[in-house]
Design a protein around this ligand. Structure first.
Ligand SMILES: Cc1ncc(COP(=O)(O)O)c(C=O)c1O
Length: 430
């Protein structure tokens, strides 16, 4: 299990926030430190993940794809089968238990692909809390199905329309809100980034992934896997999948970043490899950021909304610097190809974020021996990506469907404008 020296991981991490946020972060740190050594709390957390999210998620072999690629045997850790469709719910359920202990009534969150926002809206509905979710306006467009669900669940979704209109801008806005509302509000940060204790706290809850992989691999493979592969946005699913293998040098750990369209500035989100990113302090912590010489944060791109973040977990930055975790990247077109391979060979529809891990994992498996085993963390399912995929693989049939859908929606809106009572048949105010 990872732990920090006062929130520091090597040269990365720390807590660089306005004075007003310090008491809330200290309170969170105290509660986390108390609960971290409390086995009953971990059991309460596990019970919640089982009852509400369907854990443990299975470890699924991919026999047809492994045979076709011709290298190691490939397995998927099925975080896509969590309630709400991604690993993000693991962290949200853990932080929900902390909110209960702190007695706060409102939660806020930032979201990129919308999966963390969706998980937060779900837990707010379940616990009767007020929720506000900040989301870059570009991500609102890219992941509108999640925006729709968050609003139906009763959360307020606030589009952020400045900067690159993506995750880093949403995170800034959430920190700003928190500074003004800290007395009654908890910030449910969605990845292993931000000021201490968030990187460690989020990793702590996501650790359930590697705990399960370990037990399942021993049972199903008869040994630990030779490699574990995960995609890296902020770093939470990767750290969750790697955590319990950090002290097992025989297990190779590989993080896959978004290679985007090219390695030109603004066309990718590669922070852990080469010198495309450099150390800096922003958004409350020190890590590797994509930035110019003046320290201005750079633009990012990925086909996957959840991976185009400008920084990366300080925990991962340190593990890569120390050589314990390797990093690679997959381009948008490699990702689309891996996405199609998994669907066609194994009947599983992955999220675009997770398809980065697939692309990196397939390339690694091909270089390995048939008696070896690779586990790829499938962080989420692809339902939310239907519009992006339909654009990446354009088909007339899809365009015709969209046109019919627009016509139907316009007609329904006209009908309800002409007859306001009729609207009640469709929408009831709770
Ligand atoms: C399905 C999925 N996978 C991965 C990520 C990347 O986040 P992280 O690196 O924190 O796991 C996201 C972020 O939204 C996501 O929705």
């Amino acid at each position: 299990m990872i732990s920090s020296e006062q929130g520091l991981f090597g040269e990365f991490g720390g807590r660089y926030v306005p004075e007003i946020l310090r008491p809330a972060l200290c309170q969170l740190e105290d509660i986390y430190q108390q609960l971290r050594s409390d086995e009953n709390f971990w059991q309460e957390y596990l019970q919640l993940t089982q009852e509400f999210s369907g854990r443990p998620t299975p470890l699924t072999p991919l026999p047809r794809l492994s045979e076709s690629l011709g290298g190691a045997k490939i397995w998927l850790k099925r975080e896509d089968l969590n309630h709400s469709g991604a690993h993000k719910i693991n962290n949200v359920l853990g932080q929900a238990l902390l909110v209960k202990r702190m007695g706060k009534q409102r939660i806020i969150a930032e979201t990129g692909a919308g999966q963390h926002g969706l998980a937060t809206a779900i837990i707010a509905a379940r616990m009767g809390l007020q929720a506000t979710i900040y989301m870059g306006s570009e991500d609102v467009e890219r992941q509108y199905s999640n925006v729709f669900w968050m609003r139906q669940l009763g959360a307020e979704v606030v589009p952020v329309s400045h900067g690159s209109c993506t995750l880093k801008d949403a995170l800034d806005e959430a920190l700003r809100d928190w500074a003004a509302s800290v007395d009654d509000t908890h910030y449910v940060l969605g990845t292993a980034c931000g000021p201490a204790p968030f990187p460690e706290l989020v990793t702590y809850f996501q650790r359930v992934i590697s705990q399960e992989i370990r037990a399942q691999a021993k049972h199903q493979i008869g040994a630990l896997p030779n490699a574990v592969v995960a995609c890296v946005g902020g770093g939470s699913n990767a750290l969750g999948a790697f955590c319990d293998f950090l002290d097992e040098p025989s297990v190779r750990l590989l993080g896959v970043e978004a290679g985007g369209r090219s390695q030109q500035p603004g066309q990718h989100s590669i922070r852990l490899q080469g010198d495309l990113a450099s150390p800096g302090i922003a958004q409350g912590y020190k890590t590797l950021f994509l930035q110019n010489r003046d320290g201005q944060l750079g633009e990012t791109h990925s086909i996957a909304a959840g991976l185009d973040y400008v920084g990366v977990s300080p925990v991962l930055a340190d593990l890569v610097a120390r050589g314990r975790v390797d990093a690679t990247s997959a381009t948008d077109s490699e990702v689309t190809h891996a996405f199609q391979l998994l669907m066609r060979y194994e009947g599983i529809i992955p999220a675009l974020e997770s398809s980065h891990a697939l692309a990196g994992g397939f390339a690694l498996a091909k270089k390995m021996q048939p008696h070896e085993h690779v586990v790829i963390n499938l962080s989420g399912r692809g339902d939310k990506d239907i519009f992006n995929i339909a654009q990446a693989l354009p088909q007339q049939e899809w365009l015709d469907f969209l046109k019919r859908e627009v016509t139907r929606t316009e007609q329904r809106l006209r009908e309800s404008a002409n007859n306001p009572n009729r609207e009640e048949q469709y929408v009831s105010n709770v």
